[in-house]
Design a protein around this ligand. Structure first.
Ligand SMILES: C[S@@+](CC[C@H](N)C(=O)[O-])C[C@H]1O[C@@H](n2cnc3c(N)ncnc32)[C@H](O)[C@@H]1O
Length: 325
């Protein structure tokens, strides 16, 4: 399991880049970039080095936390997974690459690609001096053409990327990413109904192409949730001083909502059910909404069943219900 917070070297490198820059300028750019995202725009608003830094300070902690939670879910189900090669598509400032490097000491080859030159430069500044990323290769260009030239990798990740693609491009890019996946593909999106819908489409498309779902679903069947419900999760992360300043926020933490799917070519041994919302602890019982191989159900653990109740108090939104061996 890896922590949701940015590794110390990365946080230190980000803080160092902020040294000497007027924080109000960075905060203004971060607010403008966030506004663009809220209005449905993408990272095209990130043009300068200050823009890239503002984006990274404001969003990297949260997207890192979401990817870390997905990797923890993956590792819980496949503890022996030891990828040697990574392909990070739409890598931006190197967020997912950093999380994967923390999660898998087996990784020795890091291939990143992205269309945004300012984010690429920032990623190389942040990661370039770290011996962990020795030999890292970061291709500049549109994902479609850069992917065509990329080597297949054991683990392929698209973190907060597919929402930036045009509807017409998404399907072919998902197909191209799967073609480059030797073992496992992780797609992460914002935990909005629209983000979930994109995840669901990619999931359906790739199951039809032979993929198996490793997480979060305990099955490869159609998603049993009915609109307006949608599958998403939440990860709490600490906000550093710089993070708070750039976001103009006082609260020392935030909750990142995300949707994801982990798809694999390998047989899946465990299909644990998953908790789909924060369990409700009542006076008489704890109840939790579960996605199971047979659909969605509410499990209730009465207080009088002391041992089970004590166990259920530890349940959290997003947890897998692993069988006790
Ligand atoms: C929201 S950012 C996410 C960055 C990073 N993956 C993360 O999780 O922090 C989306 C990234 O996708 C990249 N991107 C969007 N469309 C792209 C395309 N067609 N080809 C390559 N990169 C693209 C952007 O440049 C940006 O770096």
């Amino acid at each position: 399991m890896i922590a949701p917070d940015l590794p110390a070297e990365l946080k230190g490198a980000l803080d160092a880049k902020l040294e000497g820059l007027p924080r109000s300028d960075v905060a203004t750019r971060a607010a403008a970039i966030s506004r663009t995202y809220r209005e449905g725009g993408g990272s095209g608003a990130i043009k300068s080095a200050t823009d890239a830094l503002a984006y990274a300070l404001a969003r990297m902690p949260a997207t890192y936390a979401a990817v870390a939670a997905c990797l923890n879910a993956l590792c819980e189900i496949r503890p022996g997974f030891a990828p040697k090669t990574l392909l990070d598509v739409g890598a931006g400032p190197g967020t997912a690459t950093s999380a994967v490097a923390e999660a898998f000491s087996s990784l020795g080859s890091f291939a990143l690609l992205d269309a945004n030159p300012a984010l690429r430069t920032l990623a190389l500044d942040l990661l370039g001096d770290n011996p962990r990323f020795h030999g890292l290769n970061y291709e500049s260009g549109d994902a479609r053409s850069a992917l065509a030239k990329a080597e297949p990798a054991d683990l392929v990740i698209a973190s907060y990327l597919i929402g930036e693609l045009r509807e017409t491009e998404r399907k072919s890019l998902v197909e191209a990413m799967w073609d480059k996946t030797r073992d496992t593909l992780l797609i992460v999106e914002p935990g909005t109904p629209a983000g979930y819908a994109r995840i669901l489409n990619a999931r359906t498309q790739l199951i039809a192409a032979g993929a198996q779902v490793l997480a979060p679903c305990p099955h490869d069947n159609a998603c049993p949730l009915q609109a307006p419900d949608w599958c998403h999760f939440s990860q709490r992360l600490a906000r550093s001083r710089a993070h708070r300043q750039v976001k103009g926020a006082d609260v020392p933490f935030e909750d990142e909502r995300f949707a994801y799917v982990v798809l694999t070519r390998e047989p899946v041994a465990a299909r644990p059910s998953r908790i789909l919302a924060q369990p409700v602890v009542g006076k008489a019982e704890i109840s939790a909404k579960l996605c199971t191989p047979d659909g969605v159900t509410i499990v209730k653990v009465p207080r009088r069943d002391k041992a089970a109740y004590a166990g259920a108090r530890h349940w959290r939104w997003g947890d897998a219900m692993m069988e006790k061996s």
